[in-house]
Design a protein around this ligand. Structure first.
Ligand code: DLZ
Ligand code: SF4
Length: 511
């Protein structure tokens, strides 16, 4: 075997043949190193389906590289001498192959980047950390965009990205005549409208082996492994993307924010795990959606709403993450100090909206954006859960959660712990919002219409109590003017009674 020139260390969320660390690979002299390691599977207690998805996708990707004639040094989690961490795995691979240098693509998490920056010194070898250019906007370009702005806002960034990429543009003008059709993404779901069957791929032999391993090893993690249906190859992920564009996308725009009892997916794509692992590329996803619009197969509110999530929101949160880390994770602008209630890890609660969203998270490692933002996230915001506890929960339980995307969405968007870096206001809402956007309240033991009764919806007392407790911090925010005008109409006795009712409700969460 010829001497090894370069080790190319590939992480579990870099599963794309075009990734920067593989681009100039020399099949004759280079070796790809991939490692399933205990530290990555347990630094938060990931959902078993998420672990299975990542390990199976890694094994399929490695097999594809080998089929192409590349050399892959692959460490399995159940190898008797498994290294335990990325650093150890690489050290051992360097000892085995004695390369001249190591090439990696930058990771999606600050914790891992910090470790990577020490590798060169630890190994006594050049370690080249390359940009992750699977995104529309590089970290450098985002920093330049953000540089001269007092306030960062997604809508400004998104329009800049539309112009820059030419996506959904007709010359200088947005297709459909407007930049944003957000107001047309909020329809209630008609009771008689049946969504298409949720996407699913049957496990093959490699996945079956991984499911067996994960079932044995991570039985104590929250989440159920049965019914695993994620795609684990690029080919299957592309098939699911195509199925989404044909079947669900036409209605995605209308019902993007809707929620329905016992229907997890509705008209959503569930492609975020594949995008975040590298199986799908955001450019091809946007192109597929724009082509469907151009061909007259989907309305503008669907195409624009979807593209906004990928070209706008996803890129924006990544930009914020890298611009603001590591300090970003430490902020606690609303002084939230309560622990995460235990039912987040069991789904056992009488609050139907939470039982639905938590139960489906346990079963599928999936919830759509409004379930995450307006049910679980809103609840954590109103209750004042410690930022790190709720962020680690999201990072653990969702199949698509990697820190670059999870942290800004939770810490910034959902619980406003960043004090408004990412979004302009806290998305605080009472039960009324949940009732408007779902059928959950109709099936709930609590009464969404009242605040003070023993069976009143807990979100209602929590909502008013949140406004009362946070008045000094957010009462002056112009975007909170309306809720604070409503609060101003509440006399002092009523305020005290609401606060007392909230204390009682909160005590119940920890009983
Ligand atoms: C999330 C995850 C898990 C569960 N397991 C592995 C693994 O065994 N090997 C691996 O290379 N990557 C894994 N990952 C993804 C990493 O945690 C991810 O690459 C970093 O958090 C950076 O985004
Ligand atoms: Fe949730 Fe309140 Fe509606 Fe029950 S009544 S489903 S707790 S919002």
């Amino acid at each position: 075997m010829s001497a090894v020139e370069t080790l190319r260390f590939l992480l579990g969320d870099q599963l794309n043949r075009g990734v920067s660390s593989l681009r100039d690979i020399d099949p004759a002299r280079d070796v790809v190193v991939m490692a399933e390691v205990a530290e990555e599977t347990t630094y938060v207690p990931h959902h078993p389906k998420k672990i299975a998805l990542i390990l199976s996708a890694m094994r399929h990707f490695a097999a594809g590289l080998e089929a192409e004639g590349l050399r892959v040094d692959y460490a399995r989690l159940d190898d008797p001498d498994n290294a335990g961490s990325f650093g150890d795995a690489l050290r051992r691979a360097v000892a085995r192959h004695r390369p001249r240098r190591v090439v990696v693509c930058e990771p999606g998490e600050y914790r891992v980047l910090e470790a990577m920056r020490r590798w060169s010194e630890d190994l006594g070898l050049p370690v080249e950390i390359r940009d992750d250019d699977r995104f529309f906007c590089s970290r450098r370009d985002f920093a330049a965009w953000a540089d001269d702005r007092k306030q960062l806002r997604m809508e400004h960034f998104y329009r800049w990205m539309r112009r820059r990429s030419g996506i959904l543009m007709e010359g200088d003008a947005p297709k459909g005549g407007a930049w944003n059709f957000d107001k047309e993404n909020r329809k209630r779901l008609p009771a008689d409208l049946a969504p298409p069957a949720p996407p699913a791929v049957a496990p093959d032999a490699i996945t079956a082996e991984v499911l067996n391993l994960v079932g044995r090893r991570f039985a104590d993690h929250f989440g159920c492994l049965e019914g695993f249906g994620f795609a684990v190859t690029r080919r299957d992920a592309l098939t699911l993307l195509q199925g989404f564009v044909e079947e669900a996308l036409p209605r995605f725009g209308d019902y993007q924010d809707a929620m329905k009892q016992d229907a997890a997916v509705l008209f959503h794509a569930v492609i975020s795990p594949y995008l975040n692992l590298g199986l799908l590329d955001p450019h091809e996803v946007c192109e597929a959606v724009e082509a469907a619009y151009d061909a007259g197969r989907v309305p503008i509110n669907a195409a624009e709403g979807f593209i906004r999530q990928i070209l706008g929101w996803r890129e924006y949160v990544r930009g914020i993450y890298w611009l603001k880390m590591p300090d970003y994770a430490e902020t606690n602008a609303l002084a939230a100090e309560r622990p995460l209630p235990a039912f987040f890890w069991t789904a056992e609660t009488e609050m139907n909206c939470l039982r639905q969203c938590l139960g489906q998270t346990r079963d599928l490692a999936y919830a759509h954006h409004i379930q995450r933002l307006m049910v679980t996230g809103n609840f954590a915001l109103l209750l004042g859960v410690r930022p790190k506890e709720i962020c680690d929960w999201y990072l653990a339980v969702y199949a698509d959660a990697f820190e670059w995307v999870e942290l800004p969405n939770t810490h910034g968007m959902a619980i406003h712990a960043d004090g408004g870096v990412l979004g302009s206001k806290p998305y605080a809402a009472s039960g009324k919002y949940i009732d408007r956007m779902s059928d959950y309240c109709r099936n709930c033991a609590y009464d969404v219409k009242t605040v003070m009764e023993s069976n009143s919806c807990p979100f209602n007392a929590l909502y008013w109590n949140f406004l009362i407790e946070q008045e000094a911090r957010i009462g002056g925010n112009p975007r909170m003017a309306m809720p604070y005008r409503n609060l101003a109409r509440m006399d002092p006795e009523k305020r005290a009674a609401v606060a007392a009712r909230a204390r009682q409700v909160i005590a119940g969460f920890y009983a």
